[in-house]
Design a protein around this ligand. Structure first.
Ligand code: DQA
Length: 144
């Protein structure tokens, strides 16, 4: 099973950025760990701070991966275009957030993207990504 993990704006600063909210570990170091935890999964990782690039990556992933784990970060709450891109592709997407977006400021309670995803995992820190991988394996793993 091939999964794309796609991170949006400011997540390149994970580990340095607001550690009390997002933790103090870089995504690269976490990626090494989950690659070992799930040897059956081929991970592809991409991060961009640019909305259009995230959309291009979603389009490109469409025929190339079995599932997408998306943390669109701030664009979750604002981007009609990313929501449309998720709706446009066939590949299933799971939306993840490190923080519990519903326990934070009100503007973070709206996700424009989740409606087009097969599920939403929010609030478990980096474990949110692992739970998404497990959901993909549980839901679709047997067919690979
Ligand atoms: C986030 C939550 C968003 O509200 C925020 O803009 C982020 C990170 C999270 O993973 O908790 O950048 O997506």
């Amino acid at each position: 099973m091939k999964l794309l993990i796609l991170n949006g704006p400011n997540l390149n600063l994970l580990g340095l950025r607001e550690p009390s909210v997002y933790g103090n570990r870089s995504f690269e170091s976490y990626l090494e760990e989950i690659t070992q935890v799930f040897p059956v999964v081929e991970f592809v990782y991409a991060q961009s701070n640019v909305e259009g690039e995230l959309i291009n990556l979603l389009h490109e992933a469409n025929s190339n991966v079995d599932g997408i784990i998306l943390n669109a970060a701030g664009y979750t709450h604002t981007s009609v275009a990313i929501a449309d891109a998720i709706a446009a592709i066939k590949t299933p997407v799971i939306e993840v957030h490190l923080s519990n977006i519903y326990a934070r400021e009100e503007f973070r309670h709206t996700t424009l993207t989740a409606k087009h995803c097969i599920g939403l995992i929010s609030g478990f820190g980096l474990l949110s990504y692992q739970l998404a991988v497990e959901a993909f394996i549980e839901k679709f793993g047997k067919s690979y």
